[in-house]
Design a protein around this ligand. Structure first.
Ligand code: FAD
Length: 385
């Protein structure tokens, strides 16, 4: 067993960190305040091959691995601790992966080069107003006739709809194509955000302000049959494949954020004094640091294992990606909270940046890419079968 990164991966981490330091760090506060990541950033990230790294060379991507994608995800979250850029990245990475794996050739030729170069966004539209965990019971319909899919219904809490409409892009959208058969009647369709009949309503989120979350209403939205991903009525399985892989990236982002928060916390407690000593001299604080450091290391190792298993196409990888998605957001929140306490009153100010991270990380506790209890449902089913 080899725990070291390859020379290429070390270089990828270094180059990514340098690129982000220059092209993202100066704008992080602005992104959180203005609710928008500059399009220019995505183009530059595309040029550097870090906006959707799993896309193959023949479509203009860098053809990197899941482990490589994890490295990029960690680095993005270290810099944009609001998590907004991480969310954009992980959606573009994971759902481009699904398009590349199951999509029709014509659609792939059209979309993948633009996703890889950063000019097009791709996300997932699964959740509906009635709930997100119970995917099999979606009610948005897709009627297939005369070479078209006609979509009616409503999706909710969908990331990136505003950006997709403005900058170009859309969502792999789950629609019911056969009634009465639960998850076996769901089809996945690529729906551009600017299609006629789509109405997007942006929600007022508490965090990760640089990427929108919206409700999407579909009224007789027509897309060509070529936009159907893979086989009709198989969309549930493609979406689970996508979510299982996306969870690796989510956990990597949480771990990147944890590393960054802890780093800032350690620097602070080594400097700040109380009762004539550095805060780090009090075991109440240094022991917390030891616990957090251990938790983050465990979370990262579990995440690397999930990425490794995804890379070697081990069918059990999903258990580890679910474990990773279960633990990493909780560890990131715990780290953020404890570091905020170490900072004292300064931690409660916006200047410290800690509240921005806390607002972002909460999205992965409440549900984005699957609620924590759903991770437990998946893991318990797997270990008890
Ligand atoms: C910021 C943000 C962005 C999002 N972006 C997207 C997106 O781009 N695309 C998309 O499709 N969705 C998106 N979502 C929705 C996300 O996928 C859902 O929040 C998630 O699937 C949970 O669904 P729900 O919120 O409707 O909660 P529900 O399904 O209503 O669940 C509510 C609570 O009940 C618990 N629960 C549910 N079932 C069980 C069970 N069987 N056992 C025990 N507990 C259970 C859950 O853990 C949760 O705590 C986003 C959510 C957020 C917060």
């Amino acid at each position: 067993m080899d725990f070291s990164l390859s020379d290429e991966q070390k270089l990828l981490r270094k180059n990514t960190a340098e690129f982000l330091e220059k092209n993202l760090k100066p704008f992080v506060r602005e992104i959180d305040n203005n609710g928008e990541i500059p399009m220019e950033f995505f183009r530059k990230a595309g040029e550097n091959g870090i906006i959707s790294p799993l896309i193959k060379l023949k479509y203009g991507g860098p053809s990197l691995s899941f482990m490589d994608s994890v490295i990029i995800s960690e680095e993005i979250a270290r810099i944009d601790t609001s998590m907004a850029t991480s969310v954009y990245y992980l959606l573009n990475t994971s759902w481009a992966y699904v398009l590349q794996k199951y999509g029709k050739q014509e659609l792939k030729d059209k979309l993948l080069p633009e996703i890889a170069n950063g000019s097009r966004f791709i996300g997932i539209a699964s959740t509906e107003p009635s709930g997100g965990s119970d995917v099999a019971n979606i009610t948005t319909t897709g009627r297939i006739e005369n070479g078209k899919v006609i979509i009616n219904g409503e999706k909710m809490y969908i990331s990136g709809a505003v950006e997709a409409k403005k900058n170009g892009g859309g969502h792999l959208t789950l629609v019911k194509t056969k009634e009465g058969v639960g998850h076996k009647g769901i089809t996945m369709v690529y729906v551009p955000a600017n299609a006629d009949g789509i109405e997007i309503t942006k929600l007022n989120n508490m965090g990760r302000m640089g990427i929108s979350t919206s409700g999407i209403k579909y009224t007789n939205v027509e897309v060509p049959e070529e936009n159907i991903i893979g086989e009709i009525n198989e969309g549930f399985y493609y979406s689970m494949d996508g979510f299982n892989h996306a969870r690796i990236m989510v956990a990597a982002a949480c771990n990147g954020l944890s590393y960054k928060m802890l780093e800032e916390g350690l620097n602070y407690i080594k400097e700040r004094k109380a009762f004539g000593k550095h805060l780090s001299d009090f075991e109440a604080i240094s022991f917390e640091a030891a616990d957090l450091s251990t938790d983050i290391e465990m979370a990262a190792l579990l995440n690397y294992k999930a990425a490794y298993l995804a890379d070697v196409e081990d069918p059990d990888f999903y258990i580890y990606s679910s474990m990773s998605k279960l633990k990493s957001p909780q560890i990131a929140m715990d780290t953020t909270k404890k570091v905020m306490m170490w900072f004292g009153a300064y931690g409660y100010t916006k200047d410290s940046g800690i509240e921005m991270a806390a607002r972002g990380i909460f999205s992965y506790l409440v549900g984005a890419e699957g609620a924590l209890n759903i991770m437990k449902v998946i893991i318990s089913k797997a270990i008890l079968k």
